[in-house]
Design a protein around this ligand. Structure first.
Ligand SMILES: Cc1cc2nc3c(=O)[nH]c(=O)nc-3n(C[C@H](O)[C@H](O)[C@H](O)COP(=O)(O)OP(=O)(O)OC[C@H]3O[C@@H](n4cnc5c(N)ncnc54)[C@H](O)[C@@H]3O)c2cc1C
Length: 471
């Protein structure tokens, strides 16, 4: 067995052997085998190639945003040969994918999340995954032929353009980009930023959210989604945004303006006014993918943490870090939190499989909030164990922290999910109040039956005067 797969004191425990018991009945034999292949591919191929990828991107901004690391194409070829391709498209809704459920893909995505290259190598990288789902679910035949086919084949990449610099975009009803019908065309004007992926020279298609009917009294019918080829005249990429100084090249996050950008009317996805529905449909499963990849990142951080506290060369105050109790406490907390978070994600995936993303709103929101925080806490502990090296380029931890931090903002900030969850949870409030009152009345009746005078400690002294002097 290759040293590249060592993961326990017993050697290697395969990914399928480590599927949590609660999820095992939902995983087919084929998916379990594929999961093991994914693990092997990530650990033996992708992780060692990550360094090559980073070096091939280059140094200068010009190089970084015009490069296409050849190592990615080599990895894509290997992944295809192994049958590790497009695993993200759930079998219940799409014939174009590899035929796995959300749960099965979720287990695989955890491994993809450990590596810089694995998601793209298997054609399971965001934002393409969500964009392919939009095209597969809502695109017409011509749109699928022109854009979905090359995306599924990994020949091109795509961007999803919703967020705008001048408005609070976590509320999509605020979006201001205009999409106006003009004969056989639509004309787009406005500004977008955080347009991930548009730095990549292979990014050929933008899926753009704008307003076709800004005065519609139903604010959820004002928006539409339209397909815009990257080379359409009037599009200007002004700059690439960085995340804590990381440019995420060659992929990048662009700040773009559209000035009288004209596309054929046939580029409209579904119909005018369907934009909100489309973006809602896009975000559900994507959040699970992010969450599972974040679990993988947290596992990787814990592995780096364990490696550091078992490094014989580093002995602060005469002892290796694994002899310092506080470190073992942090390892234990990380283990507990990752395992608990994973169960929450798998539960969300099973719930989606059994209904759809709409039927799993609560579970999706739970993991959208929980997992990034767990990931950040675990990475933070690992960083601390490495001291100065932890915040430097010497380990992947600093970059992982930067990426992990964005997960509390992308696809809707924590607060939006918490508010929604809190509101829905609170709907149960009146029922609980009634139930507790009924239980109390019954308790009082029972007290009387047993010859005991009932008391309500909250109202002591109010009705009877009793207790007043005791307070
Ligand atoms: C790395 C990265 C990649 C991204 N990729 C893409 C992409 O590919 N395409 C795209 O369109 N967008 C992308 N985004 C943008 C992202 O989706 C938005 O940043 C996010 O939706 C928040 O919108 P906003 O930045 O306009 O913040 P705002 O909407 O202005 O919100 C700012 C803050 O207000 C608070 N807030 C918001 N709502 C509430 C509430 N209801 N209650 C209390 N507080 C609240 C939160 O603290 C929130 O962080 C990306 C962002 C990052 C960082």
């Amino acid at each position: 067995m290759s040293e590249l797969l060592l993961n326990s004191q017993h050697g290697h425990l395969s990914a399928s052997q480590r599927i949590p018991a609660i999820a095992r009945p939902f995983v087919s034999e084929r998916a379990a085998k594929t999961l093991d292949l994914v693990e092997k591919f990530v650990e033996e191929e992708c992780l060692p190639h990550d360094e090559v990828y980073i070096r091939q991107i280059g140094e200068t901004t010009q190089q970084r945003f015009s490069s296409h690391p050849s190592v990615i194409e080599d990895l894509k070829k290997k992944a295809k040969e192994l049958g590790l391709w497009n695993m993200f498209l759930p079998k219940a809704h799409f014939k174009e994918g590899a035929g796995f459920s959300n749960l099965e893909y979720g287990l695989m995505a955890e491994y993809l999340g450990k590596s810089r290259t694995a998601s793209e190598a298997t054609n399971c990288a965001a934002p393409d995954t969500g964009n392919m789902e939009v095209l597969a679910k809502y695109g017409n035949d011509a749109q699928k032929k022109r854009w979905l086919e090359p995306l599924l084949a990994g020949r091109i990449r795509s961007g999803f353009l919703m967020t705008e610099p001048q408005v609070a975009s976590s509320d999509a009803t605020n979006i201001e980009m205009t999409i106006k019908r003009d004969g056989d065309s639509y004309v787009l004007n406005g500004s977008k930023w955080w347009s991930s992926g548009i730095g990549d020279p292979r990014c050929e298609i933008y899926i753009v959210l704008g307003k076709t009917d800004p005065n519609n009294s139903d604010k959820y019918k004002q928006q539409s989604v339209i397909l815009v080829p990257h080379n359409t005249p009037g599009i200007t990429i002004h700059r690439m945004l960085s995340v804590f100084g990381y440019d995420d090249a060659p992929h990048g996050h662009g700040h773009v303006t559209f000035t009288n950008v004209r596309v054929p009317a046939s580029n409209m996805v579904l119909g005018e006014g369907d934009g909100f529905k489309i973006i809602q449909g896009r975000l559900g499963p994507g959040r699970i993918h992010h969450a599972m990849r974040s679990i993988g990142a947290a596992e990787k951080a814990l592995e780096w943490f364990l490696a550091r506290i078992n490094d014989e060369r580093k002995k602060p105050f005469g002892e290796m870090l694994n002899k310092h109790g506080i470190m073992l406490d942090r390892v234990a907390r990380s283990r507990i939190e990752i395992d608990a978070a994973r169960l929450a994600v798998l539960n969300a995936a099973i719930t989606i499989d059994e209904s759809d993303a709409k039927g799993a709103l609560k579970e999706i929101a739970e993991v959208k909030v929980l997992v990034p925080q767990v990931n950040l806490d675990v990475i933070d502990r690992a960083i601390q164990a490495y001291g100065g090296a932890g915040v430097s380029q010497e380990t992947p931890l600093a970059a992982m922290y930067s990426n992990g931090r964005t997960m509390r903002i992308v696809d809707g900030p924590d607060e939006v999910h918490l508010l929604q969850l809190g509101k829905n949870e609170n709907k149960r409030g009146p029922a609980h109040k009634k139930r507790l009152e009924a239980q109390k009345r019954k308790g009082e009746e029972l007290c009387r039956k047993y010859g005991i005078e009932p008391k309500d400690p909250l109202y002591l002294g109010r009705s009877t005067g009793e207790g007043k002097s005791k307070l």
